[in-house]
Design a protein around this ligand. Structure first.
Ligand code: NAD
Length: 443
């Protein structure tokens, strides 16, 4: 079966749109391929290849200069057979209904593969928050909720932050929802700041989740994690917390790459004895860019941006952006590499994926490896619904259980059918949703 990759950033989706691609069409084609191998019946295919419900609405906002501007908003609910829809709200000038449709479908599969009782949804507003004052942003948030409040909620559809939205936006939306509903419903939305309904451990969740799946993959390929080495692309939220937990397990990261704003290019930072996370964090800005002059002073070799991929290590962790491993660059990967854990969305192109599968490298696919974030959002929802918040160790322990269980369910199918973990993950995700629809009597 041809390898597939469904994790696309909005930038990538936009670039594809410019080349004439349509994200939703692509998501449907990818679904059709898996549906074929699962031998799903026609009714189930028709149901799952399109969203269940779509809401398109106008949000009038009084701007700071006194004029009224009307923004276009969306909420698209792809499927809720397994539980309330879950998915972010994007603020972006290039947002389109088809992009939101595709992203809502991908959320259904992501929640399903980690077996959390949620479906998939996505929302958006066509706007550029850079051009809006804080007051105008608040008005957009409250206006979005006013238009959709009857069709979202803790039991129906739970929004979250996404591209260009943050915890403050979520709190404005929560406040508007509670004002309309006349109660306190902290489980209406996730991504809230800690202390205001947010979950401890959310910051670490994605990076830690990547390492939990890596730990289990090591066992499968008979590597002792504590004696492995790794190389990482990206030193932001995912990269830093993946390095933190991996080194706690005794692994050694010898190379980290990141983007340099000043030079507009990437560099890799190498240290044979292993990078020192605390030291590197001390010379990194809030965008995850490491200061190359200070790194040199600390004894790091500053190498070209793609050097991270060429290291003689056991594990590669692409945790920066899409298309990092392509048909061209895949040949640069060292002979020793046994595991690639996709922290980023869509870091491996389908062409490279096939080559890696044939080389026997275990690729832990993005929507499994980086699902720790959505799993923790689910934990936030559970805590918010009960208004009882767990200590951080409990959150991380539950995250470990979820990721480990998800990893093995995917591994089992992959071995049984001799297919990649990516294809196995999609088969599990889609078959679980199909089964929920069947048991409900929908198909
Ligand atoms: P971030 O913005 O915090 O960090 C991104 C890092 O990548 C920075 O260190 C940046 O310098 C580096 N980078 C950018 N371009 C690069 C290049 N060409 N070469 C090398 N490094 C480069 O982002 P993040 O939250 O860590 O997310 C990273 C990836 O993980 C993205 O694909 C994102 O969609 C995905 N992801 C993140 C989460 C999450 O919870 N943060 C969840 C799921 C998936």
């Amino acid at each position: 079966m041809r390898a597939i990759n469904l994790g696309f950033s909005l930038l990538e989706v936009k670039q594809m749109a410019e080349k004439g691609f349509n994200a939703f069409k692509m998501a449907q084609e990818q679904f059709d391929r898996i549906a074929e191998s699962l031998e799903l019946d026609g009714g189930t295919r028709d149901l799952l290849r399109a969203p269940l419900r779509e809401y398109h609405f106008s949000i009038p906002v009084r701007m700071d200069d006194g004029t009224v501007k009307v923004f276009k908003g969306f909420r698209i609910q792809h499927n809720d057979a397994r539980g309330p829809c879950k998915g972010g709200i994007r603020f972006h000038p290039q947002e389109t209904a088809d992009t939101v449709r595709a992203l809502s479908m991908w959320m259904t599969w992501k929640c399903s593969v980690v077996n959390i009782p949620l479906g998939g949804g996505k929302g958006g507003v066509i706007c550029d928050p850079h051009n809006l004052s804080l007051r105008e942003q608040e008005a957009v948030c409250r206006g979005w909720v006013r238009q959709i409040s009857k069709n979202v909620g803790p039991d129906e559809d739970v929004p979250a932050p996404d591209v260009m939205t943050n915890g403050q936006h979520m709190l404005w939306m929560l406040d508007e929802y509670e004002t309309i509903s006349g109660g306190r419903y902290p489980g209406f939305i996730t991504g809230k700041p800690v202390g205001h309904g947010g979950s401890l451990g959310r910051t670490e969740a994605t990076g830690y989740g990547v390492v939990f799946t890596m730990r289990e993959a090591c066992k499968e390929v008979e590597l002792e994690m504590s004696s492995t080495t790794a190389s990482v692309q990206g030193f932001g939220n995912v990269g830093q917390y993946a390095i933190e937990l991996y080194t706690k397990y005794g692994g050694k990261v010898v190379c980290v790459s990141c983007w340099d704003q000043e030079d507009s290019k990437a560099y890799s930072f190498f240290k044979e004895d292993g990078v020192d996370l605390k030291e590197l964090r001390g010379i990194t800005d809030r965008f995850g860019s490491i200061n190359k002059i200070k790194a040199k002073e600390l004894g790091y070799d500053v190498l070209p941006g793609d050097a991270w991929l060429k290291q003689d290590v056991d594990i590669l962790i692409p945790a920066a952006l899409e298309n990092a491993i392509t048909g061209e660059t895949v040949a640069d990967i060292g002979k020793r590499v046994k595991i690639i854990a996709e922290g980023a969305n869509g870091p491996t192109t389908p062409e490279a994926d096939e080559i890696l599968f044939n080389r026997g490298i275990t690729v832990i696919p993005d929507f499994l490896a980086n699902a720790g974030g959505v799993a923790c959002s689910y934990f936030e929802q559970v805590q918010s619904n009960t208004n009882y918040f767990w200590p951080k160790d409990e959150v991380i322990g539950k995250l470990d259980d979820k990721m480990t269980e998800a990893f093995y369910s995917v591994m089992e199918i992959s071995k049984r059918r001799n297919i990649s973990l990516r294809d196995a993950a999609y088969m599990i995700a889609i078959s679980r949703v199909a089964e929920a629809c069947r048991l409900r009597g929908w198909v």
